[in-house]
Design a protein. Structure first.
Lengths: 302, 156
């Protein structure tokens, strides 16, 4: 592949299928013809620039569809398991479900010492769902996007370049940050519930530096506030960006292999895929463990 | 890599799945696992109990066996004693019976001897009378000498 088309190829593979609102008066060139929008319109973005111009009012349809679909699949499988759950001898699929549940249960019990009905199912969903989303990385990069492209070009009359399609939701920072921000709100909620508003603010203001002297304490409070607020806000950001970064980098290597090796990508991508199995599992595990740890820190007194 | 409404969409998915698992997945499975744990614990303790019971039963069986053996030995001894006694009794009985038979035989013999003697006496007196008759030529009358002859016969 030529250098320019390699660049195009990579760019195309990193774009999301975006459905969003374009403002009135927006000039666009789509499907080969130019038009100026008379009013703000909800539509699929034709290129990367349009996706950027849509701003906040847009959805990544591919990310949401894949994450939702995988989540529903996961829930369905676990629901099947839950329906068959009994104290008798487990068999086949039930064994598998129980192994996962047992594993999550151990992790939660090890790290979280409070009582909560939410933490265990939350950890279960995080681990399994993130794992499944990461797993999409192992599907050869062109299988699904090319199929989607063919369908859209054939049946919807789209331009092939417009048919962006990413099947790994965790390579979309929206997805990972959304989950980590949800966890962040849970951290705040658990902190407030176990310590009260005063306790929570006290924790932000009176640590890590404290002094017996009242005056010195007053001086230290702003420093503490800045430090603790930064460390509090760093939690969701690092949680989300870690997962995103790992998966994005992994996906990038697959795309590079595909761009440079073409049909021979299987040879190049295979060793990376084997290694990537580790990353996929590890990142799902880390996300779950950190969630448990953060929530347990939120509930425990210092 | 734009941050947009996907953020909120994903949060809704997240909440839905967590709520689903919290309601329909986690409780039944963890309850089942807990129940099984309890069942296994009960099973293990039952096995322990059974083992103890078995030990106890074995001890009891051994004791019973020992007792039975002792009883059997006692019975055998008793039987032996009784047998000896019976044999002794039988011997005694046999001896007395024998003695009785011997005594009876002797008295019969005596009686026979006496009878024979009586007969002999009669025959001797008859013979002596005959002889005397022959010697005296019929001088002796049976009736006249009857008293003398009887006396003679009694002396024999």
């Amino acid at each position: 592949m030529a250098a320019s088309s390699t660049g195009e190829y990579i760019k195309h593979h990193l774009g999301n299928l975006t459905y969003g609102q374009l403002p009135a008066g927006y000039e666009r060139t789509c499907h080969g013809h130019e038009q100026t929008l008379t009013e703000s319109t909800w539509t699929f973005a034709c290129n990367g620039q349009e996706a950027v111009d849509m701003g906040f009012m847009a959805f990544h349809v591919d990310s949401l569809a894949w994450s939702g679909g995988l989540g529903i699949l996961m829930c369905f499988l676990f629901w099947l398991g839950a329906r068959k759950a009994s104290a008798g001898v487990p068999s086949g699929f039930m064994n598998f479900v129980e192994v996962i549940i047992g594993f999550i249960d151990t992790q939660v019990r090890d790290s979280f010492h409070g009582k909560s009905k939410l933490i265990a199912p939350l950890s279960l969903v995080i681990f399994c769902w993130v794992f499944l989303m990461n797993l999409m990385d192992l599907i050869p990069v062109d299988f699904v996007p090319k199929t989607f492209e063919w369908v859209m070009v054939t049946f919807a009359g789209w331009d092939a370049h417009q048919a962006y399609f990413k099947i790994v939701p965790t390579t979309d920072p929206n997805i990972t940050l959304s989950m980590s921000i949800t966890v962040f709100f849970l951290i705040i909620f658990y902190s407030l519930r176990s310590k009260g508003i005063g306790g929570f603010i006290g924790e932000l203001a009176l640590h890590p530096f404290s002094a017996p002297n009242k005056l010195a304490m007053v001086i230290l409070i702003p420093i503490n506030l800045v430090l603790e607020t930064v460390s509090l806000l760093a939690k969701p950001v690092s949680l989300g960006m870690r997962l995103f970064g790992n998966m994005y980098a992994g996906e990038f290597v697959f795309i590079l292999a595909a761009a440079m090796l073409g049909t021979w990508q299987a040879v190049g991508a295979w060793p990376w895929a084997v290694f990537h199995i580790l990353v996929i599992t590890l990142q799902a595990f880390i996300f779950m463990v950190l969630t448990i740890v953060y929530l347990s820190m939120a509930t425990e007194e210092h | 890599m734009n941050i947009n409404l996907t953020l909120i969409g994903q949060a809704i998915w997240f909440a839905l799945f967590v709520a689903f698992c919290m309601k329909f997945v986690w409780p039944p499975i963890s309850r089942a696992l807990e129940e099984r744990k309890q069942k296994i614990a009960e099973g293990l303790s039952a096995a322990d109990r059974a083992e103890r019971d078995l030990e106890l039963a074995q001890e009891k069986a051994t004791a019973n066996l020992k007792e039975a053996k002792e009883k059997a030995a006692e019975i055998i001894e008793q039987a032996n004693r009784r047998a000896n006694q019976i044999v002794e009794e039988a011997k005694d009985q046999a001896r007395t019976e024998g003695e009785r038979l011997i005594a009876k035989a002797q008295s019969e013999i005596e009686q026979e001897v006496n009878q024979a003697r009586e007969q002999l006496r009669k025959e001797v007196s008859a013979l002596a009378l005959n002889g005397a008759e022959k010697v005296l030529g019929g001088e002796i009358n049976r009736d006249t000498h009857k008293q003398l002859l009887d006396q003679l016969a009694a002396e024999l």
